[in-house]
Design a protein around this ligand. Sequence first.
Ligand code: HEC
Ligand code: HEC
Ligand code: HEC
Ligand code: HEC
Ligand code: HEC
Length: 331
Amino acid sequence: MRSTNHIVNALKQGILVWMLAVLFVFSSALKAATEDAGGNTAGISYIAAQQKEGKVTAKKSKTEASSSKKESSTRPYDVIDPEFRNIGPGFGGNNVLPFWIAVVVFFLAFGGIVKGKSKAVKGISTLVAFVAFGIISYVIYWEARALGRQKGYAPVQPIWFSHKVHVTQNGIDCEYCHVDARTSRHAGIPSLNVCMNCHNSVMEGKRSGKAEISKIYEHLGYNPKTRRYDKPGKPIQWIKVHNLPDHVYFNHAQHVQAGKVECQECHGPVEKMNRVVEYKELSMKFCLDCHRSRNIITDNQYYSLYKFHLNPGEKPKVKDIGGQDCSSCHY
Ligand code: HEC
Ligand code: HEC
Ligand code: HEC
Ligand code: HEC
Ligand code: HEC
């Protein structure tokens, strides 16, 4: 009898420690998300806050964050499109409700186990607690895996720039604005002068009226009445959405030009987004999965000699040219 008591006590203590860990992890995640998330907070609380529109603007200082909060509330058109709302790390926003319900149910069931009067109550409580424990652990596991990644990250930008309006509705090519994607490491964000190629004549949008387009003018110090740049401008600070850790090397030209990889394979359907969302989990697995299965395209000059060494019909994959070597991607 004594030994079973020991086991029960050990179990109780274990569960207590586990519950404390749950509370600790999620209170700190919540704190990080509601304050400055620093760009690296994954987890349920992060996504939950984000859905309240502009609550979380990681990578920004507090003052900036609060000003964009105000901004977003006066920008009803600036929303994350419904189809991109629940693609956060782990389960995305979908696990917020089940998680907290499971936590409450677990505590209730735990009470049932401790204080239950009859065997039946205790039995059912144990079963329920067990299931809730499973759900909570499962969510924590996936959230922990996603820590530090920012799939689903969709900050409010200083000007509401909609890719849907520009790419889908007005047929502008990605590389008209992201000119460097083919030639350099960074795809680059266009300067506001590029916007002016059109917006010196397009002064109003269907949804935002003059509110957003006039911000382009403001930043450039442009006066649309006199059509002169006669005011002091101020640089615009777009918030970077996709961020690999500093220890990873990634090059656009290598993929877009040499590898002929479509933007959408890594960035998802940007052309459907009113607000850019990080669509894919940019994990190491994501990179390697493609490198292991993708053939390289050898009909460019770079491979003219390499091709010479291949057997007839041999189709080398990215991994065969070093796409799996740690040092290709890590400094
Ligand atoms: C008219 C100009 C324009 C066109 C065309 C355009 N973009 Fe952009 N893109 C921008 C601007 C401005 C930003 C920065 C603001 C933002 O994130 O919404 C941006 C941001 C992005 C980002 C996020 C960058 C980051 O911070 O991580 C991605 C990815 C992107 N664009 C991909 C595309 C793809 C793919 C296409 C074609 C389907 C495209 N863009 C077409 C102007 C453009
Ligand atoms: C093989 C995957 C891949 C492809 C293909 C790809 N990107 Fe990217 N893109 C990334 C990654 C990863 C980052 C983040 C880079 C970083 O943080 O260093 C990024 C960042 C960006 C950014 C932010 C600014 C920058 O350059 O860091 C823009 C804009 C962008 N991509 C646009 C595009 C466009 C437009 C295309 C197609 C012409 C494209 N990307 C194709 C993976 C890709
Ligand atoms: C090649 C032409 C072109 C370029 C370049 C361009 N735009 Fe536009 N933009 C348009 C057109 C056309 C519209 C009108 C769409 C509508 O409302 O039907 C528009 C609409 C807008 C709107 C209002 C959308 C709405 O529905 O209210 C904003 C804001 C905007 N653009 C911002 C920008 C920014 C910022 C840039 C530079 C990064 C930019 N545009 C570059 C053509 C362009
Ligand atoms: C959808 C497919 C795809 C994805 C996803 C992808 N790559 Fe690549 N990658 C390629 C292709 C194709 C090449 C070969 C390009 C060439 O022919 O030089 C390549 C080449 C490279 C190289 C050069 C390898 C060498 O030794 O020559 C590096 C470095 C690289 N990728 C890094 C990354 C990183 C980092 C990521 C993840 C953020 C990534 N790639 C995701 C397709 C992909
Ligand atoms: C094709 C590119 C690529 C190659 C090859 C690669 N890595 Fe990575 N690695 C990445 C990316 C991208 C990340 C960042 C993932 C993230 O943000 O979670 C990463 C992250 C890591 C991390 C940090 C832990 C983590 O998951 O964030 C370690 C450690 C690591 N890599 C080790 C290695 C080792 C060891 C090798 C060689 C066997 C290797 N990598 C090869 C792309 C690569």
